[in-house]
Design a protein around this ligand. Structure first.
Ligand SMILES: Nc1ncnc2c1ncn2[C@@H]1O[C@H](COP(=O)(O)OP(=O)(O)OP(=O)(O)O)[C@@H](O)[C@H]1O
Ligand SMILES: [Mg+2]
Length: 245
């Protein structure tokens, strides 16, 4: 379980001015849960993920793993952070390579991800030769192969067209339910959050505070045309309209 306690982040600019991005954010994430974070632009969503991953420090508060060892976060960004000079196979097997896993073992492992992630036939291609959805599947595979304790995803499907985006949502749901990974997911897309999440956290406009905490009780896999789906949609739209004023 991940426990985030009273996290506050204040940035100082080079003229000494302060911007408070997050204010007293507390959140518990159970192992295996899919939690989405929504909120207006600039409310501190990416900052929250960066602090959890260790890319940035909190001004106050803490991020702790309760039970079962240390925090080992994998990050998936909106812009596909793949290495352009490496093939699909090399991008996916980079983590095991850094960990010193023997070539034949890491190639076998990467090839099994390539198969599961519907990238067969593209193992020797470079990122620029892939579609947006494929690039994002490589990015997720590359993260998952490292067996992270939590996967942090910052608007991972934000750059995709709507059809590819719904395919990727379905795909991510399948991968999540097979791998039982804990996922913290930032999105501006309401349907995406409801479709994928056990719970949805809504941040206020800056400084981000948690003002909405919604358990999505619908069974998986979900259907966007259900009446119940619409009830959650209305609740979130009402919240965001209020925060975007
Ligand atoms: N390195 C930084 N230095 C100074 N200010 C920063 C830095 N990073 C973020 N901020 C500020 O902190 C606030 C929160 O930024 P953040 O990127 O976390 O927002 P966000 O919720 O992810 O927004 P969006 O939905 O547009 O991605 C913003 O006002 C931003 O300008
Ligand atoms: Mg952001």
């Amino acid at each position: 379980m991940l426990e985030i306690d009273n996290l506050t982040k204040t940035f100082t600019d080079n003229k000494g001015g302060e911007i408070c991005a997050l204010s007293d954010v507390s959140l518990k994430i159970e192992a295996g849960q899919f939690v989405s974070v929504i909120g207006p632009s600039g409310c501190g969503k990416s900052t929250l993920l960066r602090i959890i991953s260790g890319l940035d420090n909190a001004t106050k508060g803490s991020v702790r793993v309760v039970k079962n060892g240390s925090l080992n976060a994998g990050f998936v960004f909106q812009e596909y952070a793949l290495f352009p000079w490496m093939t699909v196979l090399d991008n996916i097997s980079l983590g095991p390579e850094i960990q010193g896993v023997a070539v034949s073992k890491r190639v076998d492992k990467a090839l099994s991800y390539i198969e599961r992630f519907e990238l067969k036939g593209f193992e020797n291609k470079y990122p620029k030769e892939l579609s947006g959805g494929m690039k994002q599947r490589v990015a997720i595979a590359r993260t998952l192969i490292n067996n992270p304790s939590i996967i942090l995803m910052d608007e991972p499907f934000g750059a995709l067209d709507s059809q590819t985006r719904s395919m990727m949502q379905k795909f991510l749901y399948e991968i999540w339910s097979e791998s039982k990974k804990t996922i913290l997911f930032v999105t501006h897309n309401i349907d995406e959050a409801i479709y994928l999440s056990d719970s949805i956290v809504g941040l206020s406009k800056r400084p981000g505070k948690i003002l909405l905490s919604l358990q999505v009780e619908m069974p998986f896999p979900r259907n966007v045309t259900e009446d119940e789906f619409n009830r959650y949609r209305t609740e979130i739209i009402t919240f965001l309209n209020r925060e975007n004023q």
